[in-house]
Design a binder for this molecule. Structure first.
Ligand code: MG
Ligand code: MG
Length: 257
C-alpha cells in the first residue's frame, strides 16, 4: 500500500533526513586510505544515537551493522570490516536512521584517496543518474519515468544498471511500497502523487548488471567482478521538483544546471 504523508509526518521525515545527512557528511570526511569500515560503522551509530535517532540498518532482518560498506565489486549490503581501506578503492556507504518514528535512507560512493578517471566517471555518472531520476520524480509522472531517466543515462556510458535491487517507498518503515526500479519505460507504472516519499537509489556497474550474493547471505556483488557505484536519497514528491529530504536545502534544478 502506498501512503501519502501529511505535513507533520513530512516534517518528521525532514528531521530524520537532516540527521542522516549530517552523519553521512561526517563519514565522507573521515574516509581516507588506512581507515577501516568498522570505524565508519561505529562512528555512524554513535552520531545517529547522539542525534536522538536509531540506526535503522542494525538488526534489520539480522543485518549486523549501522552502515552498509560496499567495496569495489560489492554493489550493496557490504559488511563493515577491520580491513584498512586502500587508495583507489571504490567505497559505497549506505546508511539509514529512525528519528521520532520516521525513517531516512541515503547512500554515496567515493574513491578512497582518489582513483582512476574511469572509476571517477562511474561515481559521477551514478550521482547524475540519481539527479536525473529525481528530476523525473514529480506528481503526475510515473515510476517508469524515474527508471527510464536513470537507465538511459547510465547505459549511454555502456554501464550496467543493477536490476535485482531497486529503490522503495519509505516512511515509518524503511521499505514501503512502491518499488522504484532503476530501469523502465516512460509513462508506465504507478502514477506519482504529491506527499509520496520514496528512496531513489541508482546502483550502476562498470560492466554487467548481473549480480550474485556472497556467502554471508547479504552482500551483493557484480558477477563479472567489475566495480559498482551507489547513490541514494530519500525524497518527497511534490507538484514541482521533489524535495530531497536527506539533503536539506539542495535543489535538483541547481544540481542539474
Ligand atoms: Mg540505502
Ligand atoms: Mg534504500
Amino acid at each position: 500500500m502506498i501512503t501519502i504523508k501529511n505535513e507533520s509526518q513530512i516534517d518528521k521525515m525532514r528531521k530524520a533526513g537532516a540527521l542522516l545527512h549530517s552523519v553521512l557528511e561526517a563519514l565522507r570526511s573521515e574516509i581516507e586510505p588506512g581507515v577501516t569500515t568498522k570505524h565508519l560503522d561505529h562512528m555512524a551509530e554513535r552520531l545517529i544515537r547522539e542525534g536522538g535517532g536509531i540506526p535503522s540498518f542494525k538488526g534489520y532482518e539480522g543485518f549486523p551493522f549501522s552502515i552498509c560498506a560496499s567495496v569495489d565489486d560489492q554493489v550493496v549490503h557490504g559488511f563493515a570490516s577491520n580491513d584498512r581501506l586502500k587508495k583507489g578503492q571504490l567505497l559505497s556507504v549506505d546508511c539509514g536512521c529512525i528519528l521520532d518514528g520516521w525513517q531516512s535512507d541515503s547512500a554515496f560512493s567515493v574513491l578512497v584517496g582518489g582513483g582512476t578517471p574511469e572509476a571517477q566517471q562511474l561515481v559521477d555518472v551514478t550521482e547524475k543518474c540519481f539527479w536525473l531520476g529525481a528530476d523525473a520524480a514529480r506528481a503526475g509522472n510515473h515510476l517508469g519515468d524515474i527508471g527510464h531517466a536513470v537507465q538511459t543515462y547510465a547505459e549511454s556510458f555502456g554501464y550496467g544498471v543493477i536490476r535485482d535491487l531497486c529503490g522503495h517507498g519509505i516512511g515509518t518503515e524503511m521499505h514501503e511500497d512502491p518499488n522504484v526500479p532503476n530501469y523502465g519505460n516512460p509513462h508506465r507504472g504507478v502514477k506519482l502523487q504529491a506527499g509520496m516519499t520514496i528512496a531513489v537509489e541508482p546502483m550502476i556497474s562498470m560492466g554487467t548488471w548481473k549480480v550474485y550474493c556472497q556467502d554471508n547471505d547479504w552482500t551483493i556483488c557484480t558477477r563479472d567482478g567489475s566495480i559498482a557505484s551507489h547513490y541514494e536519497h530519500t525524497l518527497l514528491i511534490t507538484d514541482g521538483e521533489p524535495e530531497i529530504l536527506s539533503w536539506p536545502g539542495v535543489k535538483v534544478s541547481e544540481v542539474l544546471k
